[in-house]
Design a protein around this ligand. Structure first.
Ligand SMILES: [Zn+2]
Ligand SMILES: [Zn+2]
Length: 88
């Protein structure tokens, strides 16, 4: 599978509706992509006289892709910001 490594930066706050601190502004930055193995379930398509084989991720929706093509997102670091006036 392909792994997307992301850094997450989020602002934590409390508001009248939700007194528990919760993230309300989340930003993800893609920092690295680790390519997966070759496709284990290539799809053969025919276009006129030409037959070609493509990896299943270019043809199937995510839930039907093979394990090698599937993408997972890993959060490498999570940085929490607290607005001034709110204790960390
Ligand atoms: Zn809120
Ligand atoms: Zn595949």
């Amino acid at each position: 599978m392909t792994i997307y490594l992301v850094d997450v930066e989020q602002v934590i706050h409390t508001c009248p509706g939700e007194p528990e601190p919760h993230p309300y502004d989340i930003r993800r930055t893609l920092v690295d992509v680790i390519p997966g193995a070759p496709c284990r379930a290539p799809v053969t398509i025919r276009c006129g006289q030409v037959t070609t084989t493509i990896p299943c991720y270019r043809h199937e929706p995510a839930k039907r892709q093979c394990g090698a093509c599937r993408v997972i997102v890993t959060e490498r670091t999570i940085i929490n910001h607290h607005p001034t006036g709110v204790a960390a």
